[in-house]
Design a protein around this ligand. Structure first.
Ligand code: PMP
Length: 412
């Protein structure tokens, strides 16, 4: 028999949720989880342990502390490998985040391409899955194309995607889950279509990894990128999964310590995977603590967390749809627990976010690093509320009550 989902017990592990905000000392209702999720005690303790017990540079010393720090980092590499179903720990590269992981692939893999080769992305990408490809396109004379949304829909137009794929397509990059619309893209189908056209695929899993079980082999993806801070882990760390045959062909992204086999003044040779792509001292304390965050997510149950978040999503959306003048952006079936919205025409996203903050409710406002998608939606910004493992029905009700007050303020 499974134990019931105990939100109180979960919340007790996140001391930040006890704090109040603003002059009115309103209890914090944290609904900005898509931007970053909070971190449980056990992960904070792992970070403190790292700094108070084992801090020493990794892969550099014979002394005990260095060996312990190295062991902790390499254990995390294997933990991540198991977590995402990668074939080998050498295919797991630690980066500063999703952004750096995508930049690594765009800079390194695209240097192998020829002028006129094509990259396909989508209009719902985060800027971190657009700009690195633009930089690579400019540097190597590549063409960048974007898959549109289906007319009147929050889903990608897969017919248009099929038409955009050509014999010149070398890379396809898309997000598994939209950080604005919550749309869950059909990853395996899109990967298969790209492979049939002879392209490699990068999946941006930043928004997927804390809400669904990511299996890189089931996706058959060539590259997968995600960030620790969105999965209850420390900030400043990310992961790039890459298929070994591709990583082996790719030149280093950055040069420095740890990524070399041998250095002469005029040339160097590279270390084996994964170190070829890990120049310099990493955040080894944070990396070790990422392992604890993964343990926490698995112990709590990713599927159970997602089911809980989805029930909060339904509760909030039902109430919001009954409010005149509220526009919700994102209605794809099975969408992730993200609600992007606007109220009437008078209240800007910033106004709504500001007023919610006065009532203790933290949401994100603005273009959400997705300006091309904002253009498609015909708005300059939206308000976004998003749910995580520790949010409660009472918080949803407080959020909805706050929206009703804002509704009155603007006479909607
Ligand atoms: N992709 C998506 C879909 C995201 O939501 C985000 C973060 N908002 C990123 C990439 C970038 O992640 P990071 O800033 O951690 O590198």
């Amino acid at each position: 028999m499974t134990t019931p989902y105990d939100t109180d017990a979960i919340r007790a592990q996140f001391p930040i949720l006890q704090r109040t905000v603003g002059e009115a000392s309103a209890p914090l209702v944290y609904l900005d989880n898509t931007a970053t999720s909070q971190t449980p005690d056990c992960v904070v303790r792992a970070i403190v342990d790292g700094y108070t017990r084992t801090k020493a540079n990794v892969h550099r010393g014979v002394h005990t502390l260095s060996q312990e720090a190295t062991d902790a980092q390499e254990a995390t590499r294997r933990r991540v490998q198991r977590f995402i179903g990668a074939g080998s720990h050498e295919e797991i590269i630690f980066t500063r985040g999703t952004t750096e992981a995508i930049n690594l692939v765009a800079a390194s893999y695209c240097s192998l391409l020829q002028p006129g080769d094509e990259i396909v992305i989508t209009v719902m990408e985060h800027h971190s899955d657009i700009v690195p490809w633009q930089l690579a396109a400019e540097r190597h004379g590549l063409r960048l194309k974007a898959v549109p949304l289906r007319e009147g829909s929050s889903e990608l137009d897969l017919d248009a995607y099929a038409r955009l794929l050509s014999e010149r397509t070398r890379v396809v990059a898309f997000t598994a889950v939209s950080n604005v619309l919550g749309t869950v893209n059909p990853v395996r189908r899109m990967v298969d279509m790209a492979h049939a056209a002879g392209a490699v695929v990068l999946v941006d899993a930043a928004q997927a990894v804390a809400h669904e079980r990511v299996d890189v082999q089931a996706w058959d993806a060539d590259f997968v990128a995600f960030s620790s801070h969105k999965m209850y882990g420390p900030t400043g760390i990310g992961v790039l999964y890459g298929r070994r045959q591709l990583l082996e062909r790719m030149p280093p992204y950055q040069g420095g310590g740890e990524m070399i086999a041998h250095v002469d003044i005029d040339r160097s040779t590279w270390a084996d995977l994964p170190f070829k792509f890990e120049a310099g001292t990493p955040d080894f304390v944070g990396i070790a603590a990422l392992s604890t965050a993964i343990d926490w997510m698995e112990a709590t149950g990713i599927e159970r967390i997602a089911a809980h978040e989805n029930s909060l999503l339904r509760r909030a959306e039902e109430a919001m749809r009954a409010m005149p003048g509220v526009r919700i952006f994102g209605d794809a079936p099975g969408k992730c627990a993200i609600i992007s919205f606007l109220m009437g025409t008078e209240a800007s996203a910033y106004d709504i976010g500001f007023l919610l903050d006065q009532m203790g409710i933290a949401v994100r406002t603005g273009h959400h690093c997705a300006q091309p998608l904002m253009h498609v939606l015909g708005v300059s910004g939206v308000v976004r509320a998003s749910f995580a493992a520790y949010n409660t029905e009472a918080e949803v009700d407080a959020f909805v009550a706050a929206l009703r007050r804002i509704h009155k303020i603007f006479h909607l």
